[in-house]
Write a protein that binds this ligand. Structure first.
Ligand code: XMP
Length: 318
């Protein structure tokens, strides 16, 4: 019978034997899979695991700082690389969804490659690939491994991809990954996280991206997600987030007519992201959240809730 404790024990032993004193590089995304992979490898080889966590400037509010702190608290040898400006510069003026994805993927590879070169004599690249990633083309987990996969045929191979690959979670399903993490006492906040796409808010800001829009959407998203947690709804939802729409609409504030941004909130139930139903969130929650967003986030005067299921609508709007 499969148990998480036994899996941890045998996997750590196998990793020790396979990796010996070799140095291993791993890209952390803040998601469940890469975090659990990191913790397993850390148990096996300690400081020889070199984790890299890239801020692409499109993460949730405070995410880079908070997650980095959590990783450090777990004892991981992790380097946070804030490459926000590099990503935002490369994205300036681009509004095509697929081109935005390509740019984000390409810059990620460049940044990661630069950092990987700084780890002398690295022999291995570890990835948090799980079983569904092996059989599906789009990873629902997002993060570095997904980015690497969808872009590895663009141009020549970056150097880190010439490293030998180690994927300790390759045979596990998501719920098993969570159980493995729990058996290693990983923070429930990391284990219970909603999936978040690799390109992050970059595909939730419809149209072109700039710092001001990122900040605006981060605030909206933060109010929504914090609200879901405060109301005990977060764990009932598979994935949630906000979209910044490329339209202004007319509103009124005091005696003034406003012409400001509209945001869409999305919350779905799903098992694997391939199909999804919109969640019937309580009206009182939607009412409070909408008021909070409009009162607190400057530049937003309208909130809508997305009541489309997949198919035919996708989860993301881009
Ligand atoms: P869609 O929008 O296709 O999303 O219904 C299904 C799941 O995949 C995630 N997603 C992505 N993840 N890179 C990723 O790593 C991407 O480009 C990407 N696009 C969508 C989405 O968040 C959902 O979980």
């Amino acid at each position: 019978d499969w148990t998480p404790d036994a899996f941890v024990e045998t996997t750590v032993a196998e990793l020790k034997e396979k990796l010996n004193d070799d140095k291993v590089i791993l890209g952390l995304s803040g998601g469940v899979d890469s975090s659990v992979a990191a913790l397993l490898l850390h148990k096996a080889i300690g400081k020889n695991l070199h984790c890299i966590f890239v801020n692409n400037g499109l993460l949730r509010k405070n995410e880079f700082h908070d997650v980095l702190e959590q990783y450090e608290g777990m004892g991981l040898n992790v380097k946070g690389v804030d490459a926000s400006a590099r990503f935002l510069n490369a994205l300036a003026g681009e509004s095509d969804p697929e081109k935005k994805r390509k740019i984000i993927g390409r810059v990620f590879i460049e940044v990661f490659d630069d950092e990987a070169h700084k780890v002398e004599n690295a022999k291995w690249l570890a990835q948090g690939t799980i079983y569904p990633d092996v059989i599906e083309s789009v990873s629902v987990t997002g993060g570095p491994s997904a980015t690497i996969k969808s872009h590895h045929n663009v141009g020549g191979l970056p150097d880190y991809m010439k490293l030998k690959v180690v994927e300790p979670l390759k045979l596990l399903f998501k719920d098993e990954v969570r159980r493995v993490g729990a058996s290693m006492h990983m923070d429930p906040n990391i284990l219970g996280r909603h999936p978040f796409p690799g390109p992050g808010l970059g595909i939730r800001i419809l149209g072109d991206i700039n710092e001001e829009k990122v900040k605006m959407l981060q605030e909206v998203d933060h109010i929504f997600i914090k609200g879901l947690k405060d109301w005990g709804l977060y764990d009932k939802v598979w994935q949630a987030g906000a979209m910044l729409l490329p339209v202004n609409s007319v509103g009124v504030m005091g005696d003034e007519r406003t012409y400001e941004k509209c945001v869409a909130l999305r919350a779905v139930e799903s098992t694997d992201g391939m199909t999804a139903d919109w969640v019937n969130l309580p009206y009182e929650f939607l009412q409070k959240t909408s008021n909070d967003i409009i009162n607190k986030v400057k530049g937003v005067n309208r909130v809508v809730y997305d009541i489309s299921s997949k198919p035919p609508a996708t989860i993301e709007w881009e």
